[in-house]
Design a protein around this ligand. Structure first.
Ligand code: CTP
Ligand code: MG
Length: 389
């Protein structure tokens, strides 16, 4: 047997302070610990995985962890990380060449890191992924003022997985139990035996979720934008009739005819409103303002858009940008587009450079070409910024 991985996930995650221990916090569709399980399962040097969980972990959760490829045991951990590691070690069946211990709270470990720790530990005895310190390093015993600046090139930040040859690991456990010491990690246990621990390249991405900011970083590294950014499309068309003022893009335009509709008939604002509602999954303006509703009779479309923006706000969405096309032969939209963008940006609460409104003709074809009516199409991009959905 080549390598056995012990994933320690028995901590309380007090510094993160979530309602569940951090390794069980869900991000997208998976708990944090499951991310590393999947990576270990696909690493060629790993034959078997032991997961260490808090005592009293539910059967359902244990079953879920057991369902991962190569997971052969899920066992309860202890008070300290070291206790949990030892509990995991005792559950290792057979005698692998190398045992790799990994923090269940480091979800972005890679096969590359696992393989390089494995092969270095196999040939040298023990190996850890480590990183240089990039910030200047200060020494302070009281945490209030700096006593001195130290040479950062002498320091490394240790990550996991930490790999130790099986026999050496066994001796290291005997040593810490005999000395009754609690080590920070497996490397320190090996150091106690006077043995060397090799450094291999870690990665900034292989971060340990410890504080709330780490969770934000993890999500960002994961590219967790699905569900956060949403796009929508809207379309509307109104008939051109005599005897009505023309409103387009929220602007009153001097024209011989106007757009027919329950409201002021502003098809551009309606298309924009529908694009926004569509992006947020809130239906369309017909749902928000049913045509039979007497309160919308003659209502300004600016007011409709305002209410749509309110709806979005209450659902935690903010608008990133809007692009809109107005399809007609006349009036010439470019003469009014700057004013329209200003009006729309005022209602949406974003700058005019995030609103685009342009005109398009159809070379005389169709109802827009003959002047029977005007149509408009819009797309909108929203960001969900208001907490969990
Ligand atoms: N760990 C463990 N058993 C313990 C303590 C920690 O298995 N008794 C695990 C954690 O679940 C984590 C890893 O060791 O995956 C690294 O420990 P740490 O980041 O300190 O996690 P916690 O102890 O859970 O967090 P905190 O110290 O903030 O409470
Ligand atoms: Mg801890």
């Amino acid at each position: 047997m080549k390598g056995v991985a012990i994933i320690v996930a028995a901590g309380k995650g007090e510094r993160l302070g979530d309602t569940v221990p951090k390794q069980f916090v869900s991000v997208r569709d998976r708990m944090i610990v499951e991310y590393s399980l999947a990576v270990f399962a696909s690493s060629p040097s790993i034959d078997s995985i032991v997961v260490v969980v808090p005592p009293g972990t539910s059967e359902g959760l244990v079953d879920r962890l057991m369902s991962y490829k190569k997971v052969d045991a899920v066992v309860p951990g202890g008070k300290t990380r070291q206790d949990s590691v030892i509990a995991g070690f005792r559950a290792v069946k057979g005698e692998p060449e190398v045992v790799l211990v990994h923090d269940g709270a480091r979800p972005l470990v890679t096969v590359e890191i696992i393989e390089s720790v494995f092969s270095e530990a196999r040939s040298k005895g023990a190996a850890i992924p480590a990183l240089n310190v990039s910030d200047a390093l200060k020494y302070s015993t009281d945490g209030i003022s700096v006593e001195k600046t130290v040479d950062r090139s002498l320091f490394y930040r240790a990550q996991t997985p930490q790999g130790v040859r099986f026999e050496l690991f066994k001796k290291a456990i005997e040593k810490v139990e005999e000395m009754e010491v609690v080590c920070a990690d497996e490397a320190q246990m090996v150091e106690l035996l006077g043995e060397k621990v090799s450094l291999v390249n870690g990665s900034e991405r292989n971060l340990k979720v410890t504080y709330p900011d780490d969770l934000v970083l993890f999500k960002a590294l994961l590219g967790d934008i699905s569900g956060r950014f949403r796009v929508g499309i809207g379309y509307d068309a109104h008939r051109l009739v005599e005897g009505r003022p023309m409103f387009l893009g929220g602007v009153e335009i001097e024209f011989e005819r106007g757009l027919l509709g329950h409201s002021d008939g502003d098809c551009a604002l309606h298309a924009i409103a529908d694009a926004l509602l569509g992006a947020a999954g809130l239906g369309d303006i017909g749902k928000l303002f049913p045509p039979g509703d007497p309160t919308i009779e003659g209502i300004s479309s600016r007011e409709i858009l305002r209410r749509v923006v309110e709806e979005l706000g209450s659902e935690g969405y903010s608008v990133i940008n809007v692009d809109c096309v107005i399809v007609c032969e006349r009036p010439r939209i470019s003469d009014y587009s700057d004013r329209m963008r200003k009006v729309v940006s005022g209602i949406l609460g974003i700058t005019p450079d995030n609103i685009s409104i342009k005109g398009k003709t159809t070379e005389g074809m169709g109802f827009e070409g003959t002047g029977e009516g005007i149509s408009s199409i819009a797309v909108a991009l929203l960001e969900h910024t208001g907490g969990d959905r």
